[in-house]
Design a protein around this ligand. Structure first.
Ligand SMILES: [Zn+2]
Ligand SMILES: [Zn+2]
Length: 557
């Protein structure tokens, strides 16, 4: 029996936890299995290694009953309590949880109150209006379920760049330490191109001792074993379940192999079929009479022609970003104090930071009312004095369904910077949705529109806005549109960001950090801006502080 990955183990534990909860079999046990699933999912070594050392029972939250169950699962592939439960209820019940927005609570209700046991049943219940009839669920939940089931049909099962890139870097660092002398390794493929989602992690190893590589790879703690090994390439998998493809080549052709493995297919189609053999990418491109092309720009969009003509644009890089406008703290749903966030920004070399906690309408995020907003300002000013950074007193103000903002103009006027954002009602029809946003853009107090489409990568489609009208309005008022750098959002995406730039809009890149590590996401947002062809001059966070203050001044009138 092939060894289960930690992800597979965690998923099985979670299946039991969810099924036990939906059917009401045993709430306490369900919670315990859910906790165990979370622990296993976060491990960075295989469960079997812990079992061998006798350490499984020492993990927090894993008692001896669950440890026994995990050991049986690893040895036999079966989880006895799950098998027992599945004999009494349809296994398809768990499919309901694949629908974004349908959690255990909703699944429990439609199962117990409507007798829904599978996805077709859920669709039928939603279409016939039986879900809206359940007290506490209502027409909104029903509409969300219908929209989510539609989105589910289009799902691709890919991994977020924000998951794959940090993992790829750790694998590379581990490999670098164990490869034979004179060898090296580089990330390639869609991860290197900074695609928003990826199917796998691609690596190229350059070495003179090919035969040593499989054993070296097999011993990496982050990987769970070699799945396939043929013609100088290895396929392995991480404990998180992401496949890793490793191509092994001689140093003399490393550059050539790296270009091939990096792609994209559209980029490669514009290069000669047989590439010159060379140790570096620079040399390959130069022998093709081209400048070196940055991996995130290898999109097949004209970069090859520009590289030949020597007219590749100078695009912004992470170092051009001088600060951010959109960050959360303990005052709403962040996990750090204002001072900690500002200090973290300072450590990253930023000159300014906007503190923009949620406004009151976003109750789930502990949004601020006017009184707390005023109280917060004292603390913001203190942080500014303590650090010397310019700290903008801001707020992520909720846009209501009618386009009204959560605060009156006189409150907005007192803030240094106003960010407006839409977290609900994204399924409104195009005209309604667009008018709603145009109304916000027309408000002279609003400086930035956060995550404009509202999409969540792989989980929720953005709203159906009329982007031509939105971009024209934002360009006219000089309201900046955000590229939200959080890997779950990347909103605007690079296609929309490019259109916004063509329409003359200003953009801003923000991590929407909810913790100090949240600022690490900046590179994802910068990659979106680069793919969109953004010049630093059009990105407000790349401006000197005086220019930003002047922009804010003109916006107040
Ligand atoms: Zn937001
Ligand atoms: Zn936010």
């Amino acid at each position: 029996m092939p060894l289960l990955t930690n992800r597979e183990i965690a998923e099985t534990l979670e299946r039991y936890a969810n099924l036990a909860s939906i059917t009401g079999e045993n709430a306490f046990r369900s919670r315990a299995f859910q906790r165990a699933a979370d622990v296993v999912r976060d491990l960075h070594e295989p469960v079997i290694a812990l079992m061998d050392r006798g350490d499984l029972r020492r993990l927090p939250g894993i008692g001896s009953g669950i440890a026994d169950a995990i050991e049986t699962l690893v040895r036999t592939g079966a989880l006895p309590p799950l098998d027992a439960l599945q004999r009494t209820v349809p296994a398809t019940l768990l499919d309901l949880l694949q629908v974004p927005g349908v959690g255990v609570k909703t699944a429990t209700r439609v199962y117990r109150e409507l007798g829904v046991v599978d996805l077709p049943g859920l669709l039928a219940a939603a279409e016939s209006g039986r879900i809206r009839a359940l007290p506490g669920l209502g027409p909104k939940t029903e509409a969300n379920i219908l929209a989510a089931m539609e989105a589910l049909r289009r799902r691709t099962g890919r991994f977020l760049l924000g998951t794959a890139l940090p993992l790829a870097r750790r694998i590379v660092a581990d490999l670098q330490g164990t490869l034979p002398a004179g060898s090296s390794v580089a990330i390639s493929g869609s991860v290197r191109r900074m695609e928003e989602t990826v199917a796998d992690i691609d690596l190229v190893v350059s070495t003179r001792v090919h035969e040593a590589i499989p054993a070296t790879v097999a011993h990496l703690p982050l990987l769970s074993g070699i799945v396939r090994h043929e013609n100088g390439s290895l396929r392995v998998t991480t404990h998180a379940g992401i496949p890793v493809d490793i191509v092994v080549v001689d140093p003399s052709v490393f550059g050539t192999a790296l270009i091939r493995a990096t792609g994209s297919a559209d980029h490669l189609a514009l290069l000669p079929e047989v590439l010159p053999s060379a140790p570096t990418e620079e040399e390959v491109y130069s022998r093709l009479d081209m400048e070196w092309i940055a991996p995130d720009l290898r999109l097949g969009l004209g970069e090859v022609m520009q590289a030949k003509a020597g007219t590749l644009p100078t695009l912004l890089s992470v170092g051009d970003v001088r600060g951010e406008f959109h960050a959360h703290t303990l005052w709403s749903d962040g996990t750090a104090t204002i001072l900690d966030m500002v200090r973290s920004a300072a450590e990253r070399g930023y000159a300014f930071l906007g503190v923009s906690d949620h406004s009151r309408a976003l109750g789930v995020a502990n949004g601020l009312d006017a009184a707390r907003l005023a109280a917060q300002r004292q603390e913001i000013e203190k942080a500014q004095r303590a650090t010397g950074l310019r700290v903008f007193a801001s707020c992520e103000v909720e846009v209501h369904r009618d386009g009204l903002l959560d605060f009156d103009d006189h409150i907005l006027e007192a803030l240094d910077l106003v960010i407006a954002s839409t977290h609900s009602g994204l399924r409104q029809p195009r005209d309604v949705l667009t008018e709603r946003l145009l109304r916000v853009i027309a408000n002279p107090h609003v400086d930035i529109i956060a995550h404009p489409s509202g999409r969540l990568v792989e989980r929720r489609e953005g709203g159906d806005f009329d982007w031509n009208r939105v971009f024209a309005a934002a360009a006219a008022t000089r309201t900046a549109l955000e590229i939200n750098a959080s890997p779950e959002r990347l909103d605007l995406n690079h296609d929309l960001a490019r259109r916004a730039l063509e329409a003359g809009c200003l953009l801003t890149i923000n991590c929407d950090a909810h913790s100090t590590v949240g600022f690490d996401a900046l590179e994802y947002g910068v990659a979106v801006a680069r793919k969109a062809g953004a010049d630093p001059d059009r990105i407000v966070n790349c401006w000197p502080i005086e220019r930003i203050e002047a922009w804010l001044q003109t916006r107040q009138t």
